[in-house]
Design a protein around this ligand. Structure first.
Ligand code: ADP
Length: 355
């Protein structure tokens, strides 16, 4: 797919303080990109810069190969669903959706047909005459989505569109939004601080840390290999083990591991191993290469589909490790000695040592 949007070395300052530090990324036609990061990491600033609402200190934003520098926001043809772009409370649902169409000069039956189509798309057929305050929070967000999609934007920018909703509604609507965007083949950038939400919506996830693009890849690749310790911590991983990489052999207090694809031709170096919590089992339950961890169960919590086991007093490690263990056979209770097998494909070496 050809790129629709290209961002090269984008710097944005607030009061001469840099907020975005050389962000470079491109977005293919029809792709959904999620900008994921903590509050204050620069996600909204990046979105606003793309929309033309924030000026770049340097760098280029181009769309279809054309530099957007001199194109004002309303001429960019981008749709927006921003937190502060609330619905008009004095207009009904249909009038809200028709708003963007009127701005484009679309009126009468053609506009009415498009509004009807949009209402069906967001599962609100028959709601056109309703007042906004008669709708639930989730329904209001559907109307906001319909309003931003109605004028056929060539790029849709969504800033925490589900931020005000409760967890289960968020999960449901995030999936719905993806289905709708894919159905219309809309190119979109979706800002969220919520990893689960980003992973359910995105084709690719861009992790922003302190205004820098720290990782950009598919949700699966970002999860399997966060590459940087900071990205891994942000994603909620906590099992880090320091060791030494010599050639393709990594030695840590947990033992030796071979990383055949990782041959380090340089001097031996200190590296950090990430053990993802899933995939681990009680010792002997799985075959294949990996590591065996021996320690004492600090806590065992059943989280529905699996046990979360925190294991402490592991030789050579100061911090406990956490694993997600299948429900059967039941793992030992707190205070018991336990042996855990961690399969090779649940472990990855981070790019740099954390120490
Ligand atoms: P996010 O969307 O990831 O929460 P923002 O892009 O809103 O982050 O903010 C990034 C940083 O820029 C924060 O430190 C924030 O305080 C600062 N910032 C945002 N908007 C302004 C502004 N209008 N003036 C000064 N600083 C701002």
């Amino acid at each position: 797919m050809k790129p629709l949007l290209d961002i090269e070395q984008l710097y944005v300052n607030y009061e001469s303080q840099p907020v975005l530090h050389g962000v470079t990324l491109s977005l293919a036609c029809g792709e959904i990109l999620c900008l994921l990061g903590r509050s204050g990491s620069g996600k909204t600033t990046l979105l606003r810069a793309i929309a033309g609402l924030e000026e770049a200190a340097s760098g280029i934003i181009s769309c279809d190969g054309r530099d957007l520098r001199d194109t004002p926001p309303h001429r960019r043809g981008f749709g927006m669903m921003f937190q502060d772009y609330a619905l008009f409370p004095h207009k009904n649902v249909a009038e809200n959706i028709a708003f963007g169409l009127e701005m484009q000069g679309m009126k009468g039956n053609v506009a009415a047909a498009r509004v009807k189509e949009m209402l069906e798309l967001v599962n609100l057929a028959g709601y056109g005459e309703r007042r906004i305050d008669e709708l639930s929070g989730g329904q209001q967000q559907r109307v906001a989505l319909a309003r931003s999609l109605a004028p056929h934007p060539r790029l849709l920018l969504l800033d925490e569109p589900l931020g005000s909703l409760d967890r289960s509604l968020r999960d449901h609507l995030a999936e719905e939004i993806r289905i709708i965007l894919k159905q219309l083949e809309v190119t979109a950038i979706f800002v969220t601080h919520d990893q689960k939400e980003a992973f359910s919506v995105a084709d690719r996830v861009a992790v922003l840390l302190d205004g820098r693009l720290a990782r950009l890849d598919t949700p699966e690749a970002v999860y399997r290999d966060p590459q940087q310790g900071e990205v891994a911590s942000f994603l909620g991983f906590a099992n880090f083990v320091e060791g030494r990489l010599d050639g393709c052999e990594f030695t840590s207090p947990l033992g030796r591991l071979r990383f055949d694809d990782m041959e380090n031709k340089n001097e031996p170096e200190q590296r950090t191993l990430l053990l993802r919590p899933e995939g681990a089992t009680l010792a002997g339950a799985t075959e294949g290469r990996g590591l065996r961890v021996s320690g004492t169960v600090r806590s065992r919590i059943c989280l529905g589909g699996y046990y979360r086991l925190r294991v402490e007093k592991i030789d050579g490690l100061n911090a406990p490790l956490t694993f997600e263990i299948p429900l059967a056979p039941t793992p030992p209770a707190a205070g018991s000695v336990v042996e855990i097998d961690v399969p090779e494909n649940s472990m990855v070496l981070l790019a740099q040592s954390e120490t």
